[in-house]
Design a protein around this ligand. Structure first.
Ligand code: ARG
Length: 563
């Protein structure tokens, strides 16, 4: 149990029915100054209910509360301050962490229910953009966090593999495409063809008709059109998978937009039956006037369905298949309107689960203050960026620790970790500036800094093991240990906040702070000095490795034992 909960429990024994344990927990504060104790309970709310002075109530409570983990309970005006017994608390906590290992911090809110997480979702025949990178790392971290909270995560890659653009791509390929070139360098070549189509179509508008015809053939399942589309999809997916492989990310489903082709008619029918479709200049829409929003487009005048139709259908499919407790969409903030329209349409369709749909938006990646864009062939190839980060990490290792074992593996873990951490350390809604050099630094709030702290702690443990010294959860009372213990105690809370706000940066902040506390500790305290606290200090170091490793895992980073 968390100490706040424990304190609330103890208070509740003497307060009775006036306030519930949860209400008490919410009232309990963390005081600013150490002299005010570790937790403080303000008596104002209770005073109102009991029509008594808060100062009197505080005095009374301070006299009756006792617990082995509390050293002292003290009334301070209207507050009841609680001082922990450092020796007992540190011993109990270390014991708990050593016992639970990587399960320390598991929060049981989910009960095995499923949460679908729609993330990454790049578009076929287009480069994997920086925006998709953000969605990928945020979505993956959220999936890990959701699992840590007792849910089952369903990781869905909603590939952008359908739409009129494929008619254009096929047209361009038929006119100017060279098979070997596409095979050798699929995405850049396909992008080139797509750009070429748009340039040429300005002078010869007939190309547009041709593209429409090809898309029609594609929709009708005509063999050549389908074969080309499938080929474009396959080669694109191969490239995306190389990136996922590098990042260490997997999916449970690759059902993209095309998967819903034969399922959309039913959605349109349902909308019709529920009387929600309105004609609009030959097209069919769901009006959202009552929300002051533009209508949700369901069918174009030529009968073609749209992005929103596919999302409505996918949502129904996911509810039928996974009975999700929540359906999360990790997609850039520029699609805010789209998701509001889709979710409100589901609500108008009277699905009770419409309230469980969540759009988790995030900001742009900037380079020198400007949005990084993939348009007009100005492509930043993500794979190149990742490779460059790994190379830089390898150079670093070569300079600092050339005899390191598994050099290549560690360089990969550090390079990739740097990229992921650089993203997740920011609150997701913020725009972030991209800097390869910055993210690979060993100082400051970076992945390598946290990984390095973990490796440093591991080396103390290895050193102790070589001398046959065993860690043991013996209580510690000095201030440096206490600062680390307190930080270790905050882990479950960080996870819960990260989950409630869908904010992996809470975990990034947490592991960074724990690293800072531990490095202070390491600089001040000789862990392996032979005295009666040595095994206790060693236990503390081990707890730090457990929690850092688990925190990094939640974010999607590896924790090498030496680097
Ligand atoms: N493919 C889309 C894009 O790149 C993102 C899809 C997000 N997921 C969804 N269900 N709409 O913009």
């Amino acid at each position: 149990m968390e100490l706040k909960q424990l304190y609330a429990h103890e208070l509740s024994k003497h307060i009775g029915e006036s306030l519930t344990v949860t209400e008490l927990e919410e009232l309990i504060e963390k005081p600013k100054y150490a002299k005010q104790g570790d937790l403080a309970f303000p008596c104002f709310a209770l005073a109102k209910i009991k029509r008594q002075s808060p100062v009197e109530i505080a005095k009374g409570l301070a006299q009756v509360i006792h617990h082995t983990l509390f050293a002292k309970i003290e009334a301070n005006g209207p507050y009841v301050n609680c001082f922990f017994d450092k020796h007992q608390v540190s011993a109990a906590w270390m014991k708990q962490i050593l016992l639970k290992g990587n399960h320390y911090g598991d929060v049981q809110v989910g009960n095995g229910e499923q949460i679908t997480i729609d993330f990454s979702s790049p578009n076929i025949a287009k480069p994997f953009s920086m925006g998709h990178l953000r969605s990928t790392v945020i979505g993956n971290a959220l999936a890990n966090i959701v699992e840590k909270c007792g849910y089952h995560a369903v990781r869905i890659n909603h590939l952008g593999d359908w739409g009129t653009q494929f008619g254009k791509l096929i047209t361009a390929y038929k006119h100017w495409g060279v098979e070997e070139k596409v095979r050798a360098n699929p995405i850049p070549e396909l992008l080139k063809l797509y750009v070429e189509f748009h340039e040429k179509a300005i002078e010869s508008p007939a190309l547009e008709d041709e593209a429409r015809a090809w898309f029609k053939k594609l929709e009708d399942g005509e063999a050549e059109a389908h074969q080309l589309w499938e080929w474009f999809r396959d080669v694109s997916l191969q490239e995306f998978n190389r990136i996922y492989e590098l990042l260490g990310i997997h999916f449970d489903s690759y059902h993209g937009e095309a998967f819903y082709n034969d399922k959309m008619e039913r959605t349109v029918e349902l909308l019709q039956e529920k009387g929600l479709l309105s004609p609009s200049k030959g097209a069919e829409v769901v009006r959202l006037d009552e929300y002051d929003l533009p209508p949700c487009l369901i069918k174009k005048s030529d009968g073609a369905t749209l992005y929103a139709t596919r999302d409505l259908t996918a949502a129904r499919y996911r509810q039928d298949t996974y009975h999700f407790a929540k359906a999360i969409y990790v997609v850039g903030q520029e699609q805010q309107l789209h998701f509001r329209q889709v979710f409100l349409t589901l609500e108008k369709m009277n699905y009770p689960w419409a309230k469980d749909m969540v759009h988790v938006p995030f900001g742009f990646i900037l380079k020198n203050g400007k949005k990084m864009s993939t348009r007009k062939g100005k492509v930043v190839l993500l794979e190149k960026v990742i490779e460059e980060a790994i190379e830089l990490a390898a150079k670093n290792i070569e300079a600092k620790n050339p005899t390191l074992k598994n050099k290549h593996e560690v360089a990969k873990q550090v390079g990739v970790g740097a990229i992921i951490f650089q993203d997740l350390r920011h609150e997701r809604q913020n725009h972030i500036e991209f800097s390869l050099e910055g993210m690979l630094k060993f100082e400051g709030m970076t992945g390598p800094y946290v990984q390095y702290t973990h490796a440093r702690a591991c080396s103390i443990l290895a050193n102790a093991a070589a001398q046959a010294i065993q860690p043991s959860a013996i209580g510690l009372t000095d201030d440096y240990s206490w600062a680390v213990i307190k930080q270790l105690m905050a882990f479950p809370n960080a996870i819960e906040t990260a989950f409630k706000q869908f904010e992996p940066s809470e975990i990034a902040k947490y592991v960074f702070q724990l690293s800072q506390e531990f490095n202070k500790y390491y600089n001040q305290v000789k862990v392996l000095q032979a005295d009666e606290h040595m095994q206790g200090r060693l236990a503390l170091v081990q707890c730090v490795t457990i929690v850092l490793k688990e925190g990094l895992r939640l974010l999607g980073l590896k924790a090498p034992e030496s680097m």
